[in-house]
Write a protein that binds this ligand. Structure first.
Ligand SMILES: C[S@@+](CC[C@H](N)C(=O)[O-])C[C@H]1O[C@@H](n2cnc3c(N)ncnc32)[C@H](O)[C@@H]1O
Length: 490
């Protein structure tokens, strides 16, 4: 198992890893693929081929990323003796006969190195408390996170600790990383040591129990949010019904947030027949004393959800048993009247006063940083523009907004689509549909004239009274300003 060593040893090991290019760029250049030897050992032959020469980088890739042993003689040939000793002392390498192999996955990520469990461990029936590797959901949370400096941050359900380590390195003075699993605590502690992050404190226990009575400026969480009837794999599942775990987290978080503090988390929730999902989610925030922005991304049919999620949390047990499990899941969704399952993320802020909840449909999970977009949403709700202020403002379209013109060929000529998508290439990557007339109006928002003048121009040509034109413009512009399509000119 993993063991931390002296502080100087972490620096020594990292210097070596850097020197042999065991970095994201170095590994990428060597294996020339993003597809690792994952759950089903896909790409294994290709990876073995690309790492067939005996050198230090190839040995590290084989041990730590591909999960293959290497001969001790090859290791002695390529790796300095003190590093080989250190890798053994840390528990990153273990001997078996005349080979050395790694019991863990150990990958470069940005400027860090992170140890996690292997796919073999996670998929084994004994891997219930397995420590998940960095995956799409980790990246989502990192993209969602507001990166402005903060004094204290809690990463709840830290797993390998990567979110805590990134936060502690880039924007949080002190980070507390908690997890139910003591195995996760061990990995997170090891990774904090290796990445020289003494400002990460690792605690184990259920939900907020390890931080009872404490408050934080920020809370980040990528919780075990799967909506499943089973709870064998705690890296994805939980024993509470449907979305009970996420709801509970939201309900308990305010007691651990400072006034003005934020919780940002990923979540999934069911849509129950006869109830709009927004209504279900609104209840999560009732009585919390928090404002919230909920972003809904993907929506899944329960049957497809089961097909997608079952292989992640169950060990294949043969056709009959697998089919039975599939049916059990479907019956569970039917009994609970689950019409669909939504995936998304939320940001909530503790604030005394009249609270609000804002729902947004987004086309994907965050794939670009959107912490600033979140802060902007909250700031514009805090200080809404009056009509007079808006009319006096000079506004301009935000950099990175795109307008896509689609034309369809029909009856001998190209005809422009009456609906034009306008989209953000940043933040929430929102997409709205507008008419050609509105597109024309937006093009005039170049920061040169106050909005009132643009309304005057429009009203002169419009067949409706000026007040109506003004009211429509204000409503549209307010919506664009709030969502970041449009900004105030400097
Ligand atoms: C989806 S993983 C996230 C791991 C890591 N933070 C990441 O983003 O890659 C969820 C984590 O929550 C932990 N967990 C599950 N149930 C928990 C509970 N009741 N209290 C605290 N942590 C829990 C799991 O052990 C797992 O490490």
């Amino acid at each position: 198992m993993l063991r931390t060593q002296g502080a100087g040893q972490a620096a020594r090991l990292k210097d070596f890893l850097r020197a042999v290019a065991f970095t994201p760029a170095g590994v990428r250049e060597r294996i020339q693929t993003d597809v690792l030897a994952g759950r089903h050992k896909e790409n294994l032959s290709l990876l073995l081929y690309r790492t067939r020469e005996v050198d230090a980088l190839n040995l590290l890739i084989r041990w730590f990323i591909v999960g293959e042993p290497a001969a001790q003689t090859a290791a002695k040939q390529c790796i300095p003796p003190d590093i080989l000793q250190l890798l053994g002392d840390c528990g990153l390498l273990t001997p078996a006969g005349d080979t050395l192999s790694s019991p863990v996955m150990f990958s470069p990520f940005e400027e860090f190195w992170i140890a996690t469990d292997t796919y073999a461990h996670l998929t084994a029936s004994s891997g219930g408390d397995g420590v998940l590797m960095i995956n799409a959901t980790t990246l989502c949370l990192l993209n969602l996170a507001m990166r402005t400096p903060c004094r204290s941050l809690l990463d709840l359900g830290t797993g390998c600790g990567v979110v805590a380590i990134v936060a502690a390195s880039q924007f949080a003075e002190k980070v507390t990383a908690t997890d139910l699993s003591s195995r996760a605590g061990l990995f997170a502690g090891f990774n904090a040591w290796l990445n020289e992050r003494p400002n990460v404190e690792v605690l184990t226990g259920d939900l907020f129990q390890p931080v009872a009575g404490r408050r934080f400026e920020r809370i980040l969480s990528n919780p075990p949010f799967y909506v499943t009837p089973t709870s064998a794999k705690i890296f994805a599942e939980n024993p509470m019904g449907l979305d009970g775990f996420c709801r509970n987290l939201v309900k308990q978080a305010p007691a651990h947030l400072e006034e003005g503090g934020f919780l940002q988390m990923l979540c999934e929730w069911p849509e129950i027949e006869g109830q709009p999902w927004e209504e279900r989610l609104s209840e999560w925030f009732e009585g919390t004393g928090c404002d919230a922005v909920v972003c809904a991304g993907g929506t899944y049919d329960p049957i497809l959800y089961a097909q997608n999620r079952l292989p992640v949390v169950t060990t294949l047990a043969g056709k009959e048993a697998d089919y039975q499990k599939f049916e059990e899941w479907i019956s569970y969704y039917q009994a609970q009247k689950v019409k669909a399952i939504h995936a998304g993320f939320l940001t909530m802020r503790k604030r005394s006063g009249q609270n609000w909840v804002h729902f947004e449909r987004v086309s994907t999970q965050p794939s670009v940083p959107l912490g600033d977009a979140m802060l902007h949403l909250f700031a514009s709700r805090d200080q809404p523009f009056s009509d007079e202020q808006l009319l006096a403002s000079k506004l301009q379209v935000a950099d990175g907004v795109q307008l896509r013109q689609v034309a369809a060929f029909s009856e001998g000529k190209w005809r422009r689509s009456p609906r034009i998508p306008i989209m953000q290439t940043f933040g929430l990557q929102l997409v709205h549909e507008i008419t050609p007339e509105v597109a024309e109006f937006i093009s005039k928002l170049d920061g040169s004239a106050p909005l009132s003048e643009l309304v005057d121009d429009l009203a002169r040509e419009a067949p409706v009274p000026r007040e109506k034109v003004q009211a429509e413009c204000l409503s549209m512009v307010r919506k664009w300003l709030y969502r970041g399509f449009v900004r105030q000119a400097p």
